[in-house]
Design a protein around this ligand. Structure first.
Ligand code: FES
Length: 81
């Protein structure tokens, strides 16, 4: 994996109340455990207006909706596994 990847997670109030804080922690641990922190630009963003589908996350150009602590690892494995 040479190119730098970008992960964006919504930290707006709706996504936050639906669990994006826990998802954020899970992603941070995932990247740390696999030594990917230098290769991934991981950051939060404000509400993008799609709260009803939240928690929302984006990896590179792909949008993911209804992300959870349970499914986020599988999503990350699809890219980084
Ligand atoms: S709070 Fe995440 S899309 Fe609105």
């Amino acid at each position: 994996m040479n190119a730098k990847h970008e992960i964006t997670i919504c930290l707006g109030s709706s996504c936050f109340s639906r669990g994006s804080r826990e998802i954020l922690k899970t992603i941070k641990s995932y990247l740390k455990d696999r030594g990917l922190e230098e290769k991934v630009f991981f950051h939060g963003q404000l509400c993008s207006g799609r709260c009803e589908k939240g928690p929302n996350m984006k990896i590179d150009d792909v949008d993911y909706h209804e992300v959870s602590e349970e499914n986020v690892t599988d999503l990350l494995d699809e890219i980084f596994g």
